[in-house]
Write a protein that binds this ligand. Structure first.
Ligand code: ADP
Ligand code: MG
Length: 340
């Protein structure tokens, strides 16, 4: 079982400036698995931008061109579960042996390995074996290797051996093309101005773009309403708002700590180091702004502080935004990630 999803192909992976490098590196690897300098090929980028799609497309294409090769797609999470099971059942060697026989190994979301030293260790050995034998490794991650935390140095340095290709958020023209691709796939036609409206207003990522257009199509067919610009506005506005509501305190902590390149434990720690205190205060500030949580709740989730501390944090940040230009830049950068 290769676990490949043949619905994800190169044909339906639309190309734009945001993914051109990753896509063409993927094609190069598909044509000559193990035979290019892109080994490993690491595809990284934010959520919903097409990493999993592209990873499958590469596997599917290789299987097409080289049916005799064993190609395996696996998420790092499932890989980790399998490894943990193998330790429990004392079949760790079988586990390693199984992976060493694969010609093309695709591991999705390797950031999931962070902090899991046992799994990292076993993956390191499998990786080395495959690489030494000219087998192809393809990895995806939500961040660049330099920004990965709690991954062993020796593994990180392996990740950098080949090519790291970023997928970025597509620009509006590419979003229009992607929407047209989805409509074509689903056999739905829609006026150009509506497609443009959706593309201009759903900016977060491709997954949400897809979600918005699908919900628009569903609205029109359930209610037997023609797809008008007015309906599009209703559906898209509601969609964008709903997405916004999903901002949680956890998510805020993650975004802020990623931005300052610290882990969330550090963000929440008792330290009085100024830059950490300010990062924490900023997280509290955003939690107040973007969630419905009470000050007490925010305090208890972000480092177990009381509501007065959160209130003080919010005032401090208001003040810093006004008086400190550099700090305002931090605020604005991070704020962009929450506002659509
Ligand atoms: P990620 O793994 O980066 O979170 P996915 O690969 O799951 O993102 O992509 C999210 C959705 O967007 C999928 O349905 C995928 O098919 C679609 N998608 C992403 N990029 C493209 C693209 N360039 N062309 C067509 N569909 C895309
Ligand atoms: Mg994915």
């Amino acid at each position: 079982e290769s676990q490949l999803n043949s619905n994800y192909s190169f044909d339906n992976f639309l190309e734009g400036d945001s993914n051109r490098l990753a896509r063409s590196a993927g094609l190069a690897v598909s044509n000559k698995p193990g035979g290019t300098s892109f080994n490993p090929l690491l595809i990284f980028g934010g959520v919903g931008l097409g990493k999993t799609h592209l990873a499958h497309a590469i596997g599917v294409e290789i299987k097409d061109l080289y049916p005799e090769k064993t190609v395996l797609y696996i998420s790092a999470e499932v890989f980790t579960q399998q490894y943990v099971d193998s330790v429990r059942k004392q079949t760790r060697n079988d586990f390693i042996y199984f992976y060493q026989l694969i010609d093309v190994l695709i591991v999705d979301d390797i950031q999931f390995l962070s902090g899991k030293s046992g799994t990292q260790d076993v993956f390191f050995h499998i990786f080395n074996h495959l690489h030494q034998n000219g087998k192809q490794v393809i990895l995806t991650s939500d961040k660049a290797p330099v920004d990965m935390q709690d991954i062993e140095q020796r593994l990180l340095s392996r990740f950098k051996w080949g090519l790291s290709a970023e997928i970025q958020n597509p620009d509006v023209d590419t979003r229009i093309e992607i929407l047209k691709g989805i409509l074509y796939r689903d056999g739905v036609s829609m006026p150009e101005e509506i497609i443009e409206y959706v593309a201009q207003n759903v900016k977060t990522n491709v997954r949400e773009l897809e979600g918005a257009i699908i919900s628009l199509i569903a609205q029109s067919s359930f209610n037997k309403r023609e797809i008008t610009l007015e309906l599009a506005k209703q559906v898209v506005d509601k969609f964008v708002k709903n997405v916004k509501k999903e901002i949680t305190i956890d998510y805020i902590q993650k975004v802020v700590s990623d931005y300052f390149q610290m882990d969330t434990e550090t963000l929440c720690s008792k330290t009085r180091k100024r830059h950490i205190v300010q990062a924490r205060q900023l997280a509290m500030f955003f939690a107040k702004k973007y969630t419905k949580a009470s000050l007490a709740n925010i305090g208890s989730e972000i480092g177990n502080r009381d509501h007065a501390t959160v209130l003080h944090a919010c005032k401090t940040i208001d003040n810093l935004i006004e008086t400190d230009k550099q700090f305002r830049k931090y605020h604005d950068d991070i704020n962009k990630k929450f506002s659509i």
